[in-house]
Write a new protein. Structure first.
Length: 218
C-alpha cells in the first residue's frame, strides 16, 4: 500500500485543486496528504516546486511510508490500483523522452535521503541548481541526484512510469491535444504549463470541475 501525497504552497493553485484531487482519490479508496497547507513543512527557506525535494526526507518517508506523489494539477480518470511503489519511478518528460518529469513519482522508503539532507543544508544552492541543456528546476535536481548515485534506479528509462505501465498515463498537451489520444483510455492525465485544468472544459473534465467540497481526510 502507499500514501498519496501532493503539495500546496503559495497561491498558484486554488483550494479547488486540492478538493478535486482528493475527491477523485477517495472515489478509488485512497487518502491524500497535502504538504504545506495541511501537513507542516520544516523550517527551511524553500519555494514552490523545490519543496518536492522534501519527499526524499528520511523523517517524512518513515512517517508516511511508501509515497505516490501527484502534482496538484494531476487529473485521475480511473482507479490507480495498478501502481506499485516498490522502487523509485517518475514520468518520462512529455517533450524530451530521454529526460525525467516530476509530476508523478513513486517513492519507497529509503529513497534519495542524501538529496534532502543536502537541500536542507544548502537550500539556496539547491534552488539555483541548473544542469546543462534542458535539465532545470526540481526535476533537473532529482535527475542530477540520480546521476550522482543518490537515487537508485536500474536506468534512466527503466525509471519512467510510462515504460513500466504503458497506456496508463498521458500528458494533456502532448498526448491528448497533439496526438489526439482519448483521455478516457488513460488512468492519469498530467498537466504541465498552460492550459491548467481549471482552463479545460471538456466532457471528461466535468467531475474535476464540480464545486462540491469532498470530505476531508481523517
Amino acid at each position: 500500500m502507499f500514501q498519496c501525497v501532493t503539495l500546496q504552497v503559495g497561491d498558484k493553485y486554488s483550494d479547488h485543486y486540492v478538493h478535486a484531487l482528493r475527491r477523485s482519490l477517495q472515489a478509488f479508496g485512497h487518502d491524500l496528504v497535502v504538504l504545506g497547507a495541511e501537513h507542516p513543512l520544516p523550517d527551511v527557506p524553500l519555494e514552490g516546486w523545490w519543496w518536492k525535494t522534501y519527499l526524499f526526507s528520511k523523517d517524512l518517508q518513515e512517517e508516511l511510508g511508501p509515497m505516490l506523489w501527484l502534482d496538484l494539477d494531476t487529473v485521475l480518470i480511473s482507479d490507480i490500483d495498478w501502481i506499485e511503489v516498490d522502487k523509485f519511478m517518475c514520468l518520462r518528460s512529455a517533450w524530451h523522452p530521454d529526460e525525467w518529469g516530476s509530476g508523478v513519482m513513486t517513492i519507497p522508503v529509503g529513497t534519495g535521503n542524501k538529496l534532502w539532507e543536502l537541500t536542507e543544508e544548502h537550500p539556496g544552492l539547491a534552488m539555483r541548481y541548473q544542469a546543462g541543456g534542458i535539465r532545470f528546476g526540481d526535476q533537473g535536481l532529482i535527475r542530477g541526484a540520480y546521476d550522482q548515485g543518490m537515487i537508485k534506479a536500474e536506468s534512466v528509462h527503466d525509471a519512467m512510469l510510462q515504460r513500466r505501465w504503458p497506456g496508463k498515463l498521458a500528458s494533456y498537451k502532448n498526448d491528448i491535444v497533439e496526438r489526439e489520444i482519448d483521455p478516457l483510455t488513460r488512468s492519469i492525465i498530467f498537466f504541465h504549463g498552460v492550459p491548467r485544468p481549471h482552463e479545460v472544459y471538456e466532457p471528461w473534465m466535468n467531475d474535476w470541475h464540480k464545486e462540491e467540497l469532498c470530505l476531508e481526510s481523517s
